[in-house]
Design a protein around this ligand. Sequence first.
Ligand SMILES: [Zn+2]
Length: 407
Amino acid sequence: MHTLIRQTHEDRILRVLREHGALTRGEIASRVGLSRTTLSEITNVLLERGAITIASTDGDVRAGRGRPAERLALDPGAGQFMGVDFGHRRVRVAVSDAAHDIIASGAEFYDADSSWPDRIASCFRLIDRVGTESGTHYGALQGIGIGFPGPFSPRMPKSSVTPGGVPQRPAGDLVYSSFVDRFDVSVIIDNNTRFAGLAEAIWGSGAGAQDLLYVRLSDGIGGGLVVGGHLVTGASGFAGELGHVSVSPNGIQCRCGKRGCLETIASVPAIFGSCTAKGVPISSFDDLRAAVAKGDPIVTGVLRDVGDALGRVLGTVAVAINPGEIVIGGEVVQIAEVIFEQAVATIAYELLPVPEAAPHIRLAQLGDDDGALGAIAALFHQSPLLASYPETTQPEPQHSPMQRSIS
Ligand SMILES: [Zn+2]
């Protein structure tokens, strides 16, 4: 049977079962208008895949009328949605059921210089592992949202090469096609920090922020913007690349080619590097935690400079877009509160001309699974924040520029 037709039939059968609960094959056939033969063929596939199960027989309701008929029902886990967040050093996966509850999640770590095929292999292992641990078989998987480390836009040109000379777009294509090949469901892919910002806007601030500026300090620095109740992607999909806003024109050379980008001061490697260069060797969060606990003045000085640089960028953007809320994320900010304190002070200074515009500034509330959760949110496409989220990030099998372009 033609794949597209089969899929349409499958969708209708699943919908009928979702609406009506357990039904016999005969009842399903009459509701979706399929012949018994075609229906049997499709329900067998769905049973095999685990999307539906044999719930019971109708023996009790039609006693004495021959062999009881089997009743089919959606698997309790019907309708699964997977969020994936590829970071520079780890991949995180979260799977939600149709009720939007997270039923499986986990992370797997890799080296920052590992290849994309290796990262994808790690992710597939992780998906298998969390599936086994949680008893999730993915038979009802309906979509996958993938967060990709930035700068990344699903609409970037084929030839895009980003900081560090990494051919970003082809890597995105490889990730996309690997997931489509493996799972055969609809896949969307976008910047992981944008997804994290979306998750913070939906779940982190309760009511759903209308104007929110999100930034995350990590191996790199990315951001997400919600303006007027919409997640902003920008004309070519790069909105929110706060890591490459200049803060020090004569500063350190950034991997993007410019000098003095925010990332050269406030990314985690930059922070560790500055402390080390000033005589306090720091190469891990544990080192940093210890130095902060001791109140090391050199480290405190570095962290204040980080907070100041961060505050200048956030304050500048705040002058431009007047967000109601600014959210600062990243493990380093949780460890070193002084970054947050200084950023708040600098943002207030930047907003001196319009003090009434002072936003509510807070630490991110979600944990490391924020990117994966945001990817699931984008998949549901139910938040009003996604009202104008471009369809181009949900590629159609035949027309998408993202489709299987790696050979
Ligand atoms: Zn840069």
